[in-house]
Design a protein around this ligand. Structure first.
Ligand SMILES: Cc1ncc(COP(=O)(O)O)c(C=O)c1O
Length: 442
């Protein structure tokens, strides 16, 4: 680096809007589950860019697919048809295993925006359910239903509608008023969901089958089934946000199938991003083809409700991103990475549990989504300086020891390694965690 170029840290201080609380690490390159900082120090990457680099860093097949496509056709806009987008759509429909169609965008927040707009259109243009009797009263549905129920603790992205949908106050602070139409219900609380859907303006239930940002909290199969039944009964859409848990991380293309153990429960639409492109910015939504009767009397498949001119984005589904994502999904299949997630997720969980540290109170996991909860008395046991947040303190101590992991709120830490992580890498990460925890507790 020439003397006239400021250090990376100084470039950020002067030129990058400080929306992120960043760790003091300047990462320069990666390979598989390893990354190196600018000084050449090696880290095991058990964060994978927050569940993004699903086939690890610099996978030669992803590099080759993107390099080949970049020399052929990068971008055309969605004014035209391109083959990689069509092929990726076909592949994603196959991943869900039920007929439907795909909308492409650039991120998880944007994929969820498509879900909100689908629900609005369904509520405004679809026929409401017939009046029903409840508690001795005849209740008609609102003729324009716009209410979306989401869960306490959920995270759906940082757009204005995304933070409105998100069931955590901290993301809303300073940005009021929120977008109208979102109501939050306690996660995994059946009676609260039953009572919330009684509001005649309700049109959809949106949930993450496995809440990620709050530290890997899965929905119970009963809660998912109840949500499906209520949606059928009240003519609502069941929307799953699989941005973090989808496309292989749980050991299945569909996170909810890992939880329900069967193919029988199907949502009406699903959002994805993160791991879909192995690090390439891409989001997508699957929408089922179930028939919807419109107020005009016409019947259309739900996946055709967002018709021409109703929604879009310049970069959604470019040939470059789609060629890359197609290769990522093919690598996951060819290298047996969902099987790896099914085998090594429980292996990593047992390894963390076997540390038996008094600083960890609980380990939660589904496939290769893992979180460990720090003990309520972590601060005193680990002699935490007063201004330090426990999860950040531990994550920083792990950095010093050569391991990247991801904080979840103040009191949990996530491991979201690439799906091709090895047993040896899990052993190494566990060794680092064990020695850092024992140093902190001593
Ligand atoms: C479940 C879930 N939904 C949506 C998002 C937002 O995705 P993005 O950051 O790509 O907008 C995230 C990101 O963490 C997420 O975990």
């Amino acid at each position: 680096m020439s003397n006239s170029t400021p250090a990376t840290r100084d470039l950020f201080a002067q030129y990058v809007v400080p929306t992120y609380g960043r760790f003091e690490l300047q990462l320069a390159r990666g390979m598989g589950t390893q990354v190196w900082d600018e000084a050449g120090k090696r880290y095991l990457d058990f964060g994978a860019g927050i569940a993004v680099t699903s086939i690890g860093h610099s996978h030669p097949r992803l590099a080759a697919a993107v390099s080949a496509q970049i020399g052929v056709l990068v971008h055309t806009s969605n004014l035209y048809f391109t083959r990689p987008q069509g092929l990726l759509a076909q592949r994603l429909v196959e991943c869900v295993g039920a007929p439907g169609k795909i909308f492409f965008c650039n991120s998880g927040a944007e994929a969820n925006e498509a879900l909100y707009k689908l629900a609005r259109k369904f509520g405004n243009e679809g026929t409401p359910p017939p009046p029903r009797h409840a508690a001795g009263e005849l209740i008609s549905s609102a003729s324009n239903r716009t209410g979306i129920l989401t869960m306490d603790g959920s995270f759906h992205g940082r757009t204005l509608a995304g933070i409105s949908a998100t069931g955590q106050d901290k993301v809303k602070k300073g940005f009021q008023p929120m977008v109208d139409g979102f109501r939050h219900v306690p996660f995994n609380d059946g009676p609260s969901l039953v009572s919330a859907v009684q509001d005649p303006g309700t049109v959809a239930i949106l949930l993450e089958p496995i809440q990620g940002e709050v530290g890997i909290r899965p929905a119970t199969p009963e809660f998912l089934r109840l949500a499906r039944e209520l949606c059928d009964e009240h003519r609502l859409l069941l929307l799953f946000d699989e941005v973090q848990c989808g496309l292989g991380r749980t050991g299945d293309w569909c996170g909810w199938k890992t939880l329900t153990g069967s193919d029988s429960l199907m949502p009406d639409a699903v959002s994805w991003a993160k791991g879909i492109g192995g690090g390439l910015p891409l989001g997508a939504v699957w929408i089922s083809d179930k028939p919807v009767t419109l107020k005009t009397g016409a019947t259309v498949p739900l996946c055709d409700l967002l018709g021409p001119g109703s929604h879009g984005t310049t970069f959604g589904g470019t040939p470059l991103m789609c060629a890359g994502a197609l290769e990522v999904l093919q690598v996951i299949e060819d290298e047996g990475l969902m099987e790896n997630a099914r085998q090594l997720g429980p292996y990593a969980r047992q390894a963390i549990e076997a540390i038996a540290s008094p600083l960890i109170s609980e380990v939660r996991s589904v496939g290769l989504m893992l979180a460990f909860e720090l003990a309520p008395d972590f601060a005193s046991k680990a002699h935490l300086p007063q201004d330090k947040i426990p999860s950040l303190f531990l994550v920083e101590a792990l950095h010093t020891a050569g391991l990247l992991s991801v904080p979840s709120g103040a009191s949990a830490v996530r491991w979201l390694p690439p799906l091709n992580v090895t047993r040896a890498e899990i052993d190494e990460a566990t060794h680092i965690l064990r020695s850092v925890l024992s140093q902190l507790a001593s």
